[in-house]
Design a protein around this ligand. Structure first.
Ligand SMILES: C[S@@+](CC[C@H](N)C(=O)[O-])C[C@H]1O[C@@H](n2cnc3c(N)ncnc32)[C@H](O)[C@@H]1O
Length: 424
């Protein structure tokens, strides 16, 4: 039983019992609306007159039951979640027994999704703009997680010296950037470990100077043992998505990228594993699907006008010898990188509907799956917001693979410290 199951017994409840539980909290009509069925159907399930389809159990857990109790008692380790988005970095560290004690995210829609998926106790603080938080107000923690936005910055000519009046050298190099906010928290709190995530382009940004500065600050100003690697999400999900992962440790622990369990790239899953099944068994939310077979709702199909525009645009660029254009996929393919602007025209990932039919966009639930979120992850925002949030997110199983190697090393650091103390 994992951490989630221990806190959420409803995960194991049979469907009839889940229906009864939902009906202790909501009317049959409310349950019916949430599940996209007739209230009479709900009453028949309650009376055991008819049997609900298998996806109903997941749908009830997702849409009608509150999150489990906020965790209490001792945790294996404490961590903070900066530039948290919807919590993609948090999920694996929490599953490994960590307790999130501080989150920073300023976008109200991302905060809504985050709050719908994580239940925190009184020792947790949910802050907004990190630039407005003094580092001394961040609680002590073992692990710092940050998917900081790649904000262009120049390493030369920073006129203002440290705004907080501290004499750290890194302030000279990174003042005014969001990485500075990560760095000043590391400097003040000295977590045992950190995990930073960013787009692959960070490595080559400004001829490699930006990345070199970040690594220099972490290694030489802050004294961390730093390991970096570009990892493709395609190891786990049917999406080509390369991201730079930066792992750091306060002590010299035996971290090795080779210890990560990454399934071979060429054996990665295909889109069939994340697309709606359209055979009546898909557990996704009713508003993404329609009809008895639970086919993808027609609202995701591109209009004639947009499809024509995308085809013309691609053709124009093809004539010029450019590779720009849409990415048309089938169930046997992997996709391009899902971007935060997917809501605009969906052009990077269009699902073929066969023949001469217009293709369709992915639904937000399919985007969640494409980023490695399981179907219990709640999506309480509009489609536009959901596309932006998943397009900005990490691939969760990539983070899990890293967390699996990082977290045991935290104990290693404790042991060394205890031994040191004994000798002293
Ligand atoms: C690349 S996304 C991180 C996504 C996250 N790793 C996930 O898996 O969902 C960066 C996030 O930082 C947030 N952000 C940007 N500037 C911020 C600030 N000054 N304070 C707090 N959050 C900020 C953005 O709203 C955005 O959600």
């Amino acid at each position: 039983m994992d951490i989630l199951s221990a806190h959420v017994p409803e995960l194991f409840m049979p469907t009839y019992e889940l229906i009864d539980l939902a009906l202790t909290r909501y009317s049959a009509k409310e349950v019916a609306v949430a599940l996209g069925v007739d209230p009479k159907t709900v009453r028949r399930w309650h009376l055991r007159e008819t049997e609900p389809k298998p996806y109903i159990a997941d749908a009830i857990r997702q849409r009608l039951l509150p999150l489990g109790e906020a965790p209490t008692g001792p945790a294996a380790f404490r961590f903070i979640d900066l530039f948290a988005g919807i919590g993609g970095l948090r999920l694996p560290f929490e599953k490994l027994g960590g307790r999130c004690v501080f989150t920073s995210e300023w976008d109200s829609y991302a905060r809504k999704t985050y709050a719908a998926n994580f239940h925190d106790g009184p020792e947790h603080t949910f802050a907004g703009d990190i630039t407005q938080v003094h580092e001394d107000d961040v609680p002590d923690h073992d692990v710092l997680l940050a998917g900081f936005p790649c904000q262009p910055f120049s390493i030369a000519g920073v006129s203002k010296k440290n705004a907080l009046g501290r004499a750290h050298g890194f302030a000279d190099k990174t003042q005014g950037t969001l990485f500075f906010d990560v760095a000043r928290i590391i400097a003040a709190k000295r977590p045992k470990a950190l995990l930073l995530e960013n787009v692959k382009n960070l490595v080559s940004h400004d001829k490699g100077r930006t990345f070199a500065t970040i690594i220099d600050v972490l290694r030489n100003e802050l004294g961390y043992h730093v390991h970096t690697k570009v990892i493709n999400g395609k190891h786990f999900v049917p999406q080509n998505r390369e991201r730079i992962m930066i792992v750091g440790f306060r002590d010299d622990v035996p971290f090795n990228w080779d210890d990560l369990e990454l399934p071979p790239l060429e054996e990665g899953p295909k889109l069939d594993s994340i697309l709606h099944r359209e055979d009546g068994t898909d557990p996704a939310e009713w508003h993404y699907l329609e009809g008895e077979k639970r086919r993808v709702s027609g609202k995701y199909t591109l209009s004639d006008k947009l499809w024509e525009y995308l085809q013309n645009y691609a053709e124009k660029h093809r004539m010029k010898g450019n590779g720009f254009g849409f990415g048309l996929v089938t169930r046997d393919d992997t996709s391009r990188t899902l971007s935060a602007r997917y809501y605009k025209d969906g052009s990077e990932i269009l699902v073929s509907r066969g023949g001469r039919k217009n293709p369709r966009r992915l639904t937000p639930r399919e985007c969640a799956r494409l980023m490695g979120y399981d179907d219990t992850f709640r999506i309480p925002v509009s489609d536009t917001r959901a596309y932006m949030q998943f397009g900005n997110s990490v691939v969760v199983p990539v983070v899990a693979a890293i967390a699996n190697v990082m977290v045991p090393l935290l104990d290693h650091m404790d042991t060394e410290k205890a031994a040191d103390r004994k000798v002293a």
